[in-house]
Design a binder for this molecule. Structure first.
Ligand SMILES: [Mn+2]
Length: 351
């Protein structure tokens, strides 16, 4: 079943207006600007002249409505709603700005705006074969890029320099761009789970955490590796091995039918018993067109893992004044088990 069909079924008889770029791509295969008007017997891309040819190429089955100086988005939507007898229309209230919502509401007199309630996002939790293939390719690019740059990164470089080398390599290998802002955190900066790469010069004896991803067809991958420079002391080594074991326990706990919260607990308990309070964030999250999607491997989550889910497993230990470490893979849930899309090794690499 294609995405549009699944969406129409989930919407039942409802009409919808989609604005979120990721949903335009997911529903129509269209990557330009504009919005989608969707009822069961008509699907229309609304855009301006810069994107009409692109829309024809990317979404040949969709009708096109072009805005102009005389007829803006509000006018086009009003006409479409009237033509199709729409009395109620689902909109992405979690995406539209307050102003955009008010404009729509004013333009659509007599039509009730109702929240779409995350229907596309819910459906997107289960990836189809094409989506999984894009994610696997994005994962392979990121993993290969990491392995490729290891010989050229060394103490004396700054976090920003390592970031540039890594991102360049992912682009060389075919990534459309970075999946999210790369994290490169060395030494004491490693205690910040979401550190921004800085001009900090990496020193011998420090750990460097690299959290990064590639993008293929709009789909993302997510991985983290922590490497050491020179000889790593006992304390940091201990932290590293604890994270590595917790990550393996998390991976081993994954299974279709299991509660997300139960997977989180396995890795969390292992770290909490050794480094209480040092692992603050969730164990993992869904990945797809967004870098953070459902399902989340989070404390107390009752959500059940299903075939086609793609999730990260990324425990970490963060200790102010000491440093930190995180190890992360992106994995695919299948009925027959778990496929780890990240091939890069996880033993402590000392450069
Ligand atoms: Mn992640």
């Amino acid at each position: 079943m294609n995405h549009l069909q699944a969406f129409l079924n989930a919407m039942q008889a409802g009409a919808a207006l989609a604005h979120r770029p990721e949903n335009l791509r997911w529903l129509a295969g269209y990557t330009g600007e504009g919005c989608l008007f969707i009822v069961r017997d008509a699907q229309v891309i609304l855009t301006d002249s810069r994107y009409t040819e692109q829309a024809r190429r990317e979404a040949p089955d969709w009708e096109l409505a072009q805005v102009s100086a005389e007829r803006d988005y509000s006018a086009l939507i009003r006409d479409l709603a009237a033509k199709h007898g729409v009395r109620q229309i689902h909109v992405e209230t979690d995406y539209l700005t307050y102003d955009a919502y008010r404009r729509l509401d004013a333009a659509l007199e007599g039509v009730e705006l109702v929240p779409m309630d995350g229907i596309p996002e819910k459906l997107r939790e289960i990836k189809d074969e094409d989506e999984l293939e894009s994610i696997r390719r994005a994962a392979a690019i990121a993993s290969d890029a990491f392995m490729n740059i290891l010989p050229s990164i060394h103490a004396g470089m700054t976090e920003k320099q390592v970031q540039r080398v890594l991102e360049f390599e992912m682009l060389e290998l075919g990534s459309e761009g970075v999946a999210f802002d790369t994290i490169a955190a060395a030494g004491l900066n490693g205690a910040l789970p979401h550190a921004t790469p800085s001009d900090h010069v990496i020193e011998v004896g420090e750990l460097l955490t690299l959290d990064f991803g590639a993008t293929v067809n709009g789909y993302r991958s997510d991985m983290t590796r922590t490497v050491g420079f020179g000889r790593i002391t006992g304390e940091l080594k201990q932290i590293y091995e604890t994270v590595r074991m917790a990550q393996q326990l998390g991976l081993d706990a994954l299974a279709v039918g299991k509660k997300c919260g139960d997977v989180d607990r396995v890795a969390r308990d292992y770290i909490d018993a050794r480094y209480p309070g040092a692992f603050g964030h969730s164990l993992g999250h869904g990945v797809g067109l967004f870098i953070h999607e459902q399902p989340r491997l989070a404390k107390g989550s009752e959500q059940i893992l299903r075939p086609g889910n793609v999730v990260t497993v990324e425990p970490g230990i963060y200790i102010p004044g000491v440093g930190g470490c995180r190890i992360e893979d992106t994995v695919i849930m299948t009925a027959d088990g778990v496929i780890n899309t990240i091939a890069a090794p996880k033993h402590l690499i000392e450069l």
